[in-house]
Design a protein around this ligand. Structure first.
Ligand code: COA
Length: 259
């Protein structure tokens, strides 16, 4: 069974993380498949919106830590970095339907989505510092912008899990939806995007995000891409340091770091 399922219907490319037994933790091979899905979305004019969802009870447990250890990302062409750039540069609106844990990139990818819907069992966490790492996916830029500095600092430094009410208050979740209605609701919202004039959607997103590189929004987008690279280089270095190696080994062995 593919670990990333894709399906185009009524103008929506549905991208479903399909590794429920590992809480949809993402490996380099899965990022490659996600990158192919972005290529497909870009190439097919009939795709007017992207919907991220997941199989099972968890949205995404972040990067697969065993894969990080065995196959650490190197350089800006690493599949994870390409995935993050695809999130930042995607020309089609992105919707996410989140239930259960959304850890690390499971949370930071949401900061790039246009519409985020979550079930009441959704739990978010950005435990980068606890793992001896630093923020990624430009979350060090986007989270303070969305949620305010202190709140972002609390989440990015302490890394404690938080629920959907706090995520709503912080502003990166649009609406709380009952779990059984989550996917149908997110699909209906995506269908609304599909029904809008595509040029107007593109122009609006471009003003919001500066993806075409034009004007003041374009400068902000440039800064976003620079932050992605800056974080990526630091992250790569920290991954090889003793603190991260120990935190990852401890998670994989089911013990506390240093124990
Ligand atoms: N990398 C590798 N394996 C992971 C993983 C990850 N990020 N997240 C979960 N898994 C694996 C577990 O090792 C376990 O494997 P096993 O069944 O072979 O023992 C399986 O997925 C189920 O996870 P488990 O921890 O038993 O589920 P849970 O419901 O108790 O907890 C989480 C879910 C997501 C809260 C918890 O798994 C977790 O904290 N994961 C790590 C998150 C993280 O630090 N991500 C990296 C951010 S950069």
């Amino acid at each position: 069974m593919p670990l990333i399922l894709t399906h185009i219907e009524a103008g929506v490319l549905r991208i479903v993380l399909n590794r429920p037994e590992k809480k949809n933790a993402l490996t380099a091979a899965m990022y490659e498949e996600l990158n192919e899905a972005f290529d497909r979305a870009a190439a097919e004019p009939d795709v007017r919106a992207i919907l991220f969802a997941a199989e099972g009870q968890a949205f995404c447990a972040g990067n697969d830590l065993a894969d990080f250890q065995a196959n650490p990302p190197r350089g800006s062409e690493a599949p994870v970095l390409q995935f993050i750039r695809n999130l930042a540069c995607c020309q089609k609106p992105m919707v996410a339907a989140v239930r259960g844990p959304a850890v690390g990139i499971g949370t930071t990818l949401l900061l790039h989505c246009d519409l985020v819907y979550a079930a009441d069992d959704a739990v978010f966490a950005t435990p980068f510092a606890r793992l001896g790492l630093c923020p990624e996916a430009a979350s060090s830029l986007l989270l303070p912008r969305i949620a305010g500095y202190q709140r972002a600092a609390e989440k990015l430094l302490l890394g404690e899990p938080f629920g959907v009410d706090e995520a709503l208050e912080m502003g990166f979740v649009n609406r709380l939806v009952p779990p059984e209605e989550l996917l149908p609701y997110a699909l209906r919202q995506a269908a609304k995007l599909v029904a809008l004039p595509p040029e107007a959607v593109r122009a609006t997103r471009d003003l919001l995000r500066g993806i075409s590189g034009k004007g003041t929004a374009g400068k902000a987008h440039e800064a976003l891409l620079e932050r992605i690279d800056e974080e990526g280089a630091l992250f790569e270095r920290l991954l090889g340091e003793p603190a991260a190696r120990e935190a990852i080994a401890a998670f994989l062995a089911g013990r506390k770091p240093g124990a």
